[in-house]
Design a protein around this ligand. Sequence first.
Ligand SMILES: [Ca+2]
Ligand SMILES: [Ca+2]
Length: 361
Amino acid sequence: MFILSLKKQMMFPMLLGIFVCFFSSRVLAQVPATINVSDCGTSTTLNSTTIPGYSNLIWDNGSTATSRVVNASGAYWWQVTGANVVTNGNFSAGNTGFTSQYTYRYVGQNGIGNPCCGVLSAEGTYAIDDNPRDVHTNFSSFTDHTNGAGNMLIVNGSPTNNQIVWTQNIPIIANTDYVFSVWVTSASPANPAQLQFSINGNNQLGTTIIPAGTADGTWQFFTTTWNSGGISGNNIPIALVNKNTVANGNDFAIDDIVFAPVYRQNINVTLNPIPVLTLTPSAEACGVYNLVQTIVGYDNITYAYVFKDAQGNVINNPTAVVQSGVYTITAQNRVTGCTSLPKQTTITINPNPQKPGITSL
Ligand SMILES: [Ca+2]
Ligand SMILES: [Ca+2]
């Protein structure tokens, strides 16, 4: 709603110029303010919002529905994910969209890989292929992560420290949450790679060691989130370095690199109890009656009471009703505003007996 209201304001021509610059920068910031929801009762319904360019809605409990009923006060969130800003993250386009300090090799390359053991025989080399066995005869045979028939990045780990395996410049918006994810697996079992991911030269995206003992080709999911803070620009480097420099083994594959902005809406929910009002069901009086007397546990500090007659008219002086009838009372909590169900009481007013021997004038 915050975003939409800003866009509406931007539609007014008078707000062009410096105001557009101001509002535009606010619109691009994708960490929305927390919404506070206060409701009466034991549940409330939370609704997500459509954010243009974002999809894959998910709530903190894993639900993907557009709305959600919650039954307790507390903190909740939903989020949607923007487009992947990594180019060719699934390697379907081949050896393009990124650069590497490793040496590129490909199947059939002249003079490479003979007599042993394929074009990735040397450490510090990589290939884009649909099967690691194609590029090294000691690598395991398995398919890519994307669809089981596409390409992956296949690497023979370099013994030189801090050599960049894969890097690409991507667009970053300031003050925005991003999700980073990648699928990794060893291509040969010995000395699994230790993969470190960096953004803008900082290792904030974390490090993963491919688990030893898992079969080659068992794709492992690695994901983390990152807030861009003051970093913005169209050419911010994201990079992968293998921190394992052992020559033996240390061979791995990468696929489906995703770096995408996320829009997470935090919601604080407060559920307030609905007051329970109890009345004496009926009362009888002579001449005049104080309706307040029918309220069990009357508490004028906590609750504001509303008294109505059978016609639905509010009674301004409930302490002195003079008409018999059915009266309706509700109690509203003065702090939360939550109102009880209306309750009814039947009042019978008897005329005061006249003293004998006295006649009216
Ligand atoms: Ca792929
Ligand atoms: Ca190796």
